[in-house]
Design a protein around this ligand. Structure first.
Ligand SMILES: Nc1ncnc2c1ncn2[C@@H]1O[C@H](COP(=O)(O)OP(=O)(O)OP(=O)(O)O)[C@@H](O)[C@H]1O
Ligand SMILES: [Mg+2]
Length: 306
């Protein structure tokens, strides 16, 4: 029995199974695509050919719980700053380790609903504040393209179209947003072979092209739950860094361990999502991160901060 099958067996019991069986949350829309308008040249990173741009509605994001209420803005911004800093540092450090570029970052989780999309979106917004860098948020969840849905670009061509049509140019499907230095690659139009395409040789080429788009650009991938799809595991092998989102007090410990094992030899960061933060009322984002050195470099070594 494979590791994935064993992991699946485990999650089929208990709380995790309830979550899998739960009805999918209907995602609100927080953005829309506006034709005939593009951001100023200085903010067009990476290059793209589109004459359209996604506008984000901050109020709708707050109403949907995707952004904090104004009184928590600062605290939450600090948390995402703490999470992004080491990721950016690793992405652009002079000495790059062997393997995929560290600027390719996947937001992963063991199970559905742990907070990948939420974390990915907030991390992308936080990274886009960095004047020296740009961020391309890729909707790599081709089964539940929540990023694309949220941004109102669900029916736009994107990753899947690039995978099925090698003649399509990447910059024709990247959409700029009205947030300076943030652009989006939608999941693309659904095909029944969506997950197989994610693990295809063509995907390796597309990811390599995405990494070359901008010298100072970060490419952040939202993804499928690791323990449910082998394709998500293939995606980790193409990434330089993986951010594993763990839902505090919910994601079973075994599932986290199995996910870490599946990720294998990659720079791995853990984000403890929705942790109850002492001293604040109730719980909201609450993130902590830890970094485990890749196997073969001294074994697990977690550091944490809040
Ligand atoms: N830190 C957080 N604070 C508040 N709400 C959160 C937080 N993280 C996640 N959520 C909410 O929890 C729900 C699940 O999160 P999200 O969609 O990001 O999970 P996911 O891992 O992407 O799930 P899936 O695997 O189904 O795509 C969403 O409604 C999201 O808005
Ligand atoms: Mg998601």
């Amino acid at each position: 029995m494979s590791l994935v099958e064993r992991a699946l067996q485990k999650v089929q019991a208990g709380e995790a199974a309830k979550r899998l069986a739960a009805k999918p949350v209907v995602e609100p829309t927080i953005g829309k695509l506006v034709a005939g308008t593009v951001p100023p040249a200085a903010e067009r990173e990476p290059a793209y050919a589109a004459n359209r741009m996604v506008t984000l509605d901050r109020d709708a994001m707050r109403a949907a719980g995707l952004l904090p209420q104004p009184d928590r803005d600062r605290e939450i911004a600090d948390q995402y700053r703490a999470i992004k800093r080491p990721l950016i540092q690793a992405a652009f450090q002079a000495e790059q380790p062997e393997g995929p570029p560290q600027k390719l970052i996947m937001v992963a989780s063991a199970l559905p609903g742990d907070g990948k999309t939420f974390t990915g979106l907030n991390l992308a917004l936080s990274m886009a504040l960095e004047k020296d860098h740009s961020v391309l948020l890729v909707d790599g969840d081709v089964i539940k393209p929540h990023v694309s849905k949220l941004l109102g670009v669900e029916d736009e061509p994107g990753l899947l179209d690039l995978l099925t049509d090698p003649t399509l140019s990447i910059d024709s499907v990247i959409l700029p947003t009205d947030v300076p230095r943030l652009s989006v690659l939608p999941a693309g139009r659904h095909t029944e072979h969506a997950t197989e395409l994610l693990s295809s040789e063509r995907m390796t080429q597309v990811v390599a092209q995405l990494a070359r788009l901008s010298a100072r650009g970060i490419v952040l991938f939202d993804s499928l739950p690791l323990l449910l799809t082998s394709e998500a595991r293939v995606l980790t092998s193409l990434m330089g860094q993986v951010v594993l989102v763990v839902k505090a007090n919910v994601t079973p410990q075994d599932a986290v361990k199995d996910a870490i094992e599946l990720i294998g030899d990659r720079r791995l960061w853990l984000v403890l999502n929705q942790a109850e933060v002492h001293g604040t009322s109730g719980y909201y984002y609450g993130s902590q991160y830890g970094y485990r050195k890749p196997y073969g470099q001294g074994g697990p070594d977690a550091a944490s901060s809040s």
